[in-house]
Design a protein around this ligand. Structure first.
Ligand code: NAD
Length: 251
């Protein structure tokens, strides 16, 4: 399912793929035959990530880019086209947290989280639309969060950015559905990664009590969901939010 036309592989861009969930998404898509464009602001991490995928014989390239900067977003898409000739899949995964209670949250923490998580998703999606329109096909998968669905004390900025991503995804799906470009979001629950490793044990224990499956997820759980939504197996699915959370949030 990874051949776009004849022998040309399908091409995927994954933002924030130097480590964590983004790296795993790149690895899983690569192992399925996609040519992968990895991207991150962390140059050193990016170099290591590219090396690991090359060792696994995955066709890939690393492009240092800040997803929240217009020029970088456009440069990243141009680099993908130059290297692999097309872009079939964009995974907007780059995301950050700057947690704090609302009364203590300064404007910078608000602005930065909204800029990277939400504006970055908009800029990258906008940059990729032109080549996808030309191809008359494409699939965008945005990494939101269950926090964007249910809110969380101490994460108002993050929750707003992730809820914003869901609204953006639905709007994008409505604008581009008839053009053959799909957009969906994934809302992971608690996933074991460097982002969550820093949380206190007490918080983790408390979270476990809210998860029917009584376990945290892995980056591979998220990557497998991305793989499905990106693929032609999901060809009639657009504008949806898929929770990958062990049953924590049920609509
Ligand atoms: P992580 O911090 O381990 O990795 C995020 C990566 O994004 C890093 O490599 C970082 O350098 C990169 N990045 C940050 N700002 C960037 C920018 N402006 N441009 C490009 N790259 C940038 O985090 P993770 O846990 O792997 O999370 C990945 C995504 O999944 C995020 O969007 C996060 O909000 C979401 N998510 C994570 C969890 C979880 O439990 N870990 C749960 C729900 C959603």
């Amino acid at each position: 399912m990874t051949e776009s036309n004849g022998s040309q592989p399908r091409v995927a861009i994954v933002t924030g793929s130097a480590r964590g969930i983004g790296f795993e998404i790149a690895r899983v898509l690569g192992s399925e035959g996609y040519a992968v464009v990895l991207s991150d602001i962390n140059e050193e991490g990016l170099t290591t990530a590219v090396r690991k995928l090359e060792e696994a014989k995955i066709a890939c390239v690393g492009v240092k880019a800040d997803a929240s900067q217009t020029e970088d977003a456009e440069k990243l898409v141009a680099a993908a086209i130059e290297k692999f000739g097309r872009v079939d899949v964009l995974v907007n995964n780059a995301g950050i947290t700057r947690d704090g209670l609302i009364m203590r949250m300064d404007e910078n923490a608000w602005d930065l989280v909204l800029k990277v998580n939400l504006k970055g998703t908009f800029l990258m999606s906008k940059a990729v639309v032109r080549p996808m329109l030309k191809q008359k096909s494409g699939s965008i998968v945005n990494i939101a969060s269950v926090i964007g669905l249910m809110g969380n004390a101490g994460q108002a900025n993050y929750a707003a950015s992730k809820a914003g991503i869901i609204g953006f995804t639905k709007s994008f799906a409505k604008e581009f559905g008839r053009k053959g470009i799909r957009a969906n979001a994934i809302a992971p629950g608690f996933i074991q990664s460097e982002m969550t490793a820093v949380l206190p044990e007490k918080v983790k224990e408390q979270m476990l009590t809210q998860i029917p499956m009584e376990a945290f997820g892995t980056p591979t759980d998220v990557a497998n969901a991305v793989s499905f939504l990106a693929s032609d197996k999901a060809s009639y699915i657009t504008g949806q939010v898929l929770t990958v959370d062990g049953g924590m949030v049920m609509a």
